[in-house]
Design a protein around this ligand. Structure first.
Ligand code: BDP
Length: 724
């Protein structure tokens, strides 16, 4: 009996310690909700000592809401990072951080930094280490409060990445004026091509209830300088412009305002008919024009700093001015006129193509818009996607960049991974964004990059901008895949300054999100940098694109055929070879680029390998620089992608000790799913293209386990459209 009791007690002891261990582990478990604004206690003594001296007191010059937000954020950061709450009073002590503008702070006004501040414009800032009355201080100063908030976030980033803050002399301002997220959120709560849950906007409880999550969303955006958000899908419902929804949108605008984020809406072109009960939406009809003017006035009565409209017109079935034989410019200018008195802008999308077969979709946007250069009102942006087809894993830059000098262009990127394995796949997108931004358009001679082109509109038109479709939803970690957060972060950083490097952004993000361990940073940033190439290899290297499953855009579908759309138009495989002839002997999309670029792309010998099959139909025997022929090269890339995903899994297994179990397991499971998708793509695609090439898969590779039919029939894991 006694023995039994002892045993029971022993068991209890074991149980208790198991429970204690679990509790201890859970303390470190992290959901990812904090994003990169994760202010965990610093574990480096040297850094901690420096920071403790420099971060004793925060002095803000007024209680204006944006400065309050800066104050609250810095308090939160210091308290978390140092485990010590700073004081918040007007006494100058050693280690005071002063945040404000010359207009509301005597201290800042009296400092000799007016000329520096003057250089920072509407949203920039200065961060300076200095002595005031013999006390060592850090000053975060700007022309406007929003600059001070951005400066505060920059300062916090320095702390999170363990930079020295004892001798700061920073002057920053954004390179682009409009830095916008285009949410594809529907009023029913779903998100088009969103893979991280449902919409953040709680239409049911707005405007009475504004969740804390709205503030955290605004903090995250402000921390990387994003200054605008389009709330609703480009495939819009007219209802978004009804009074009922405008009042709700106004509540969001109020929540975002202190963080410098303006609200925009997608305007459905036929809204005057649907919610205004007019007979027409003809942009040259005076009643329609008046309707938009009145609508704009109404919107501004609820949201005084409303940003403007985003419009998808005459594209994929959306209504537009061409329904009335008017041009895109007619449509855009009508809306621009309504918004102009209030300072609003129109972002008119150039993503248009005929849904017919036998036209090369890659050329449609250019054909439609090039003739409209200079025909738009002053407050209109034309918005092409980064590439001419869609948000593919890899496309050359859109030919409109550099060729519409008289109409500002605002490129649109996709952060959500519509064609990149959703939030199941680890794909770091900064290299994709940079690839477009750094492309040489040659439109004003060699070295006219897309970045130069879009930045230059600031000089010529007083406006410049960049936009992206985000990957944000109601998932606890916001983006579904914790690594998806890096893409939101990277877009913001590049929107602020397109010259930042992908490596630097990745490394900062890793430090802020995971760990300061040097080996960890090195292996994980290398893995991230490689991940985009892997994503491309997986889905068709060498310039292939748009050969995914037609309906879901997940998994392979180079075999797809229906009445409107055949995948073969995107790859043109035949017995001779592979690739789409877009040179002068084909659809001549290459000819839409500057002559130097057209020449480069039109010759397989000079065309960058990564775009080879985008522009050229090339023989299966074509000798690639690697010494392999085209068939072998294609097979090589498909096989490499699977190996690379396995390598990512190995790397991830190796860092288990560096991070919490929750995020470790989260990524581990997703990498496994990514491996399965890579095998599906590889085996399905190789077997399919083999039916044309009639060449063997080199014997060194493992053969596909099943026949082609098997891969064609693998069902998509979950198709939301069918899931009612
Ligand atoms: C395509 C998407 C579609 C979007 C469209 C767009 O498949 O859902 O509505 O782009 O950007 O990539 O308008």
């Amino acid at each position: 009996m006694e023995k039994e009791i002892t045993n029971k007690l022993k068991m209890k002891g074991v149980l208790l310690s198991i429970i204690m261990i679990t509790v201890a582990l859970n303390v470190f478990a992290e959901s990812g909700y904090e994003l990169w604004m994760r202010y965990n206690k610093i574990d480096d003594k040297v850094v901690e000592i420096e920071y403790k001296k420099a971060l004793k007191n925060i002095l803000i010059s007024s209680t204006q809401p944006t400065l309050n937000a800066a104050n609250a954020e810095l308090n939160l950061a210091i308290t978390g990072l140092l485990g010590m709450k700073p004081s918040n009073d007007n006494t100058l002590v050693d280690g005071t951080i002063i945040i404000g503008t010359p207009a509301n702070s005597d201290i800042i006004r009296d400092l000799n930094i007016a000329s520096d501040i003057a250089k920072t414009g509407e949203e920039g800032y200065v961060i300076k280490s200095t002595f005031i009355n013999g006390k060592s201080c850090t000053v975060i100063a700007a022309n406007h409060e929003i600059g001070a908030l951005y400066g505060t976030f920059h300062f916090i980033r320095l702390l999170q990445t363990f930079q020295s803050i004892s001798n700061l002399n920073i002057l920053e301002f954004p390179k682009l004026k409009y830095r916008i997220l285009n949410h594809w959120d529907n009023l029913n709560g779903t998100i088009e091509r969103g893979y991280a849950g449902y919409t953040l906007w709680d239409w049911q409880r707005l405007p009475m209830y504004v969740d804390q999550r709205m503030i955290d969303y605004a903090r995250a955006n402000a921390s990387v300088g994003i200054n605008g958000t389009v709330l609703n899908n480009v495939n819009a419902s007219g209802k978004s412009l009804s009074k009922e929804y405008l009042i709700k949108a106004a509540a969001l605008a109020n929540a975002f305002r202190p963080y410098g984020i303006k609200v925009y809406l997608t305007a459905r072109f036929s809204a005057p008919i649907e919610i205004g009960y007019l007979k027409t939406a003809d942009p040259l009809d005076s009643t329609v024009r008046k309707w938009w003017k009145d609508k704009a006035d109404e919107i501004y009565s609820y949201i005084p700093d409303f940003g403007g409209f985003l419009v998808k017109a005459n594209s994929e079935g959306q209504p537009g001015p061409q329904d009335y034989n008017r041009t895109h410019a007619d449509g855009a200018n009508m809306m621009a006129e309504a918004l102009a008195p209030h300072g609003g802008i129109v972002m008119w999308r150039a993503f248009v193509y005929e849904n017919n077969r036998h036209t090369d979709r890659a050329g449609s946007g250019y054909i439609e818009f090039i003739k409209l250069n200079g025909k738009f009102n002053k407050n209109v942006f034309v918005q092409p996607k980064n590439g001419a087809i869609d948000f593919q894993p890899r496309e050359p830059f859109h030919p409109l960049f550099g060729q519409m000098p008289d109409t500002p262009l605002m490129p649109e990127f996709q952060i959500t991974q519509e064609y990149l394995g959703y939030s199941t796949n680890l794909v770091y997108l900064a290299p994709l964004f940079k690839e477009t931004l750094e492309s040489d358009t040659y439109t004003k001679g060699k070295g006219t990059t897309v970045t130069n082109v879009i930045e230059d509109y600031q000089r010529t038109h007083g406006m410049s901008g960049i936009a992206a479709v985000p990957n944000i939803g109601t998932d606890i970690n916001w983006t579904g895949h914790v690594f998806g957060q890096a893409n939101w972060f990277a877009f913001g950083m590049l929107a602020w300054n397109p010259d930042y490097t992908s490596e630097k952004i990745a490394k900062d993000w890793i430090k802020m999100t995971f760990s300061h361990d040097e080996t960890f940073i090195k292996v994980i940033s290398n893995m991230m940098m490689q991940s985009r190439e892997t994503a491309v290899d997986m889905r068709g290297a060498l310039g292939l694109n748009h050969i995914m499953n037609y309906a879901t855009h997940y998994g392979p579908g180079p075999w797809y055929k229906n009445l409107k759309w055949d995948a073969i138009e995107y790859h043109r495989a035949d017995e001779f070879g592979l690739g789409v002839n877009r040179t002068a002997t084909g659809s001549n999309v290459a000819g839409q680029y500057a002559p130097e670029v057209a020449k480069l792309f039109s010759n397989p010998e000079t065309c960058p390998q990564k775009f080879l099959l985008y522009f050229n139909h090339v023989s299966w025997d074509y000798k690639m620089p690697s010494g392999r022929n085209l068939w072998e090269e294609l097979v090589y890339h498909y096989y490499k992608s699977v190996e690379d995903v396995k390598q990512m899994e190995k790397i991830w297994d190796g860092i288990e000790k560096n991070i919490d179990a929750q995020r470790f397991n989260h990524v581990k499971q997703l990498l496994k799913a990514q491996e399965e998708e890579a095998i599906w793509w590889r085996d399905g695609s190789v077997l399919y293209f083999q039916t044309f090439s009639k060449r063997p898969i080199p014997a060194k590779y493992p053969m596909p386990e099943h026949n082609l039919n098997y891969y064609k029939q693998i069902p998509f894991p979950y198709d939301w459209k069918d899931a009612y």
